[in-house]
Design a protein around this ligand. Structure first.
Ligand code: SF4
Ligand code: SF4
Length: 357
């Protein structure tokens, strides 16, 4: 098939928005100059001319149940896992077809980890993990930092917490990447300032993972950037991987994983939600809502696990005769959140009030 006309950036962006991306930015591949080879996507597709970065908004409503302290699954699924593992790949597949149908090769990269030769949490090289297939090549898998990619594609800036902030949604989006041999007009690197160093992220970081005094400076795409020194392990333990810091979680048992993600409420509970509320109050985001996210008189809920577990009066009243042991019926390791008959050993005839039997 002969291809008469080159695609231009405007056509690619229009298609991306039609496919469901909220944000689209384009960077030439040479903006990656200076990054170490284990993080350099040019080793994934040496013929790539451009990187397209897609942003997908995190629904503000996925944080509502976290704000109220009554529902956490919406954030870990609709605000996190499903965006990275389902919605992003769907847009990538559609865009991939579009690029291929115009004669371009495109490498679709969803924001799902797994094979990296460098531990994404510690930043340490994993000795014994994999071997370069030729001298001079990085060890598989090369991993691409999606926030760096978004920065290079002009979508926004790094906030003090290292959360990525865009003028449209503040900290409320996730990203996917496409490398392509199409030569597309790049977007300029963003030079505005969304983060005002309010330190709300630090004050609301229950994992003490964001230093209030020490920062890290680096150069990305020729631009000097600075963010707080972070303790990624503390962050992960505190909640991103499932609320291991028990006092941050209202759940007494393990929280089930959804699409590979655990509770993931800490970002929503801590830095992300605090940042979003702050930027909303300062009218720093171009995407606005009719009603403020945080209501007057709101106070942060806390969970005191040192108190013995007690059944509230309402539960005793509403579920009289229909109360079962958490251990008996929930089994996170065998089948699903709802367990199995065999694992449970008991099922009340009338225990299916949620339709779960
Ligand atoms: S909470 Fe404040 S200091 Fe932290 S990233 Fe957001 S705007 Fe910046
Ligand atoms: S996710 Fe939680 S622990 Fe990690 S930096 Fe944000 S507030 Fe701190």
């Amino acid at each position: 098939m002969a291809y008469e006309k080159e695609l231009d950036a405007a056509e690619v962006k229009a298609k991306a928005r039609e496919c469901g991306a909220d944000l689209v930015g384009i960077a030439p591949m040479d903006r990656w100059e200076g990054v170490d080879m284990q993080h350099d996507p040019r080793y994934i597709f040496p013929g790539a001319k451009s990187m397209i970065v897609f942003g997908f908004r995190i629904p503000r409503g996925s944080l509502r149940g976290v704000e109220e302290g009554t529902h956490f699954l919406n954030f870990s699924t609709m605000g996190y896992a499903a965006l990275n593992s389902i919605y992003g790949p769907m847009v990538l597949w559609e865009m991939n077809r579009f690029m291929e149908d115009h004669g371009y090769e495109a490498v679709p990269m969803a924001n799902v980890g797994g094979g990296e030769a460098v531990n994404p949490l510690t930043g340490n090289f994993r000795k014994g993990w994999s071997r370069p297939v030729k001298p001079g090549l990085p060890a598989p898998d090369v991993s691409v930092d999606f926030r760096v990619a978004a920065f290079l594609a002009g979508l926004g800036e790094f906030g003090y917490s290292r959360a990525f902030l865009t003028p449209e949604f503040g900290p409320r989006q996730r990203f996917a990447i496409m490398l392509t041999d199409a030569e597309l007009e790049p977007d300029p690197i963003y030079t505005g300032h969304i983060c005002d160093r309010c330190m709300e992220c630090v004050r609301n970081c229950h994992g003490n993972a964001i230093s209030s005094t020490e920062t890290v400076k680096t150069t990305i795409g020729g631009v000097e950037v600075e963010w707080a020194k972070r303790d990624e392990l503390a962050c992960s333990r505190a909640g991103r991987e499932g609320g291991l810091k028990r006092e941050l979680s209202p759940f007494d048992g393990n929280y089930p994983r959804k699409y590979g993600y655990g509770l993931a409420h800490e970002g929503a509970c801590g830095c992300i939600r605090a940042c979003m509320v702050h930027l909303e109050r300062r009218a720093k985001m171009t995407h606005r809502f009719r009603n403020p996210f945080r209501k007057e008189g709101w106070t942060q809920w806390e969970v005191d696990h040192s108190r013995p577990y007690e059944l509230p009066e309402e539960v005793l009243r509403d579920y009289a005769g229909n109360i079962e042991s958490h251990d008996a019926y929930t089994n996170n390791n065998i089948n699903s959140n709802y367990g199995t008959k065999a694992a449970a050993g008991l099922i009340h005839d009338n225990a299916s009030s949620g339709g779960v039997a």
